[in-house]
Design a protein. Structure first.
Length: 237
């Protein structure tokens, strides 16, 4: 009809400006919209590590983009980056024989296969439990401990599978010592502390238990287990 909109058949506007063509009517009477199904993981959640443990490497690559009003050029601290690289090399390196006369473990020594590069090693398809892996590697690589028999000498006759670290409860890990046939519980928060020296902690426990003194220092700390394990695996690949 003349003067009417061809869409709603009302007067006062043309079809291209029809308000009903640019609106969606909801059957519930509420404003229309799309359902939002999302997952919010709290920062201190205990479940993220179990997800990472079984997640293939490719699933970790998540693209992100953002806009910022800050147009200043991003600068990098070269000395800090080099320092981080040196710390990484100290964790992921070829096994070597430190001096047996040393009374500390400042020279890194790894017995876990994932922490030692070898051309014939096959890359792992999954990350694993990074906190348990790093803790077990430090414990196994730092023997002997107070009370160990004389055959367990520093940097020699090591037991690469002496310690087994596993998740026991929501807030705890269990440390199994196959040599002494004992099990200790340690909190997740301790293993998440980058400055926590787990071998020193275990040596102090053994010394108190046997009422003897600790003969040497155990200086290796947990660091960043997730980054350490991921970087070592990527290097092997």
């Amino acid at each position: 009809a003349a003067g009417k909109c061809y869409s709603c058949e009302e007067v006062g506007h043309y079809t291209r400006n029809c308000p009903r063509m640019n609106a969606v009517r909801a059957p519930s009477g509420k404003p229309p919209g799309l359902a939002n199904h999302n997952i919010d993981i709290p920062e201190d959640s205990e479940g993220e590590n179990s997800v990472l443990e079984d997640m293939p490497y490719g699933a970790h690559a998540i693209g992100m983009s953002y806009e910022s009003d800050d147009e200043e050029e991003v600068t990098y601290d070269l000395d800090e980056r080099l320092s981080r690289f040196e710390r990484f090399k100290a964790m992921c390196h070829d096994a070597r024989e430190p001096s047996p006369a040393a009374d500390h473990d400042d020279e890194p020594y790894d017995v876990a296969p994932w922490a030692r590069y070898h051309p014939r090693n096959r890359p792992r398809p999954h990350l694993g439990d990074q906190y348990a892996m790093v803790a077990a590697n430090i414990l196994n690589s730092s023997s002997p401990y107070p009370g160990d028999r004389r055959s367990v000498r520093p940097h020699r006759n090591r037991y690469p599978n002496r310690f087994w670290v596993r998740r026991a409860y929501v807030d705890d890990y269990a440390i199994d010592d196959r040599l002494t046939r004992t099990t200790l519980l340690i909190s997740v928060q301790r293993l998440r502390d980058p400055n926590f020296a787990i071998a020193q902690w275990y040596a102090d426990h053994r010394a108190r238990q046997l009422k003897i003194r600790v003969e040497r220092s155990y200086t290796r700390t947990m660091g960043d287990p997730i980054a350490t394990v991921a970087e070592c695996h990527l290097r092997d690949g």
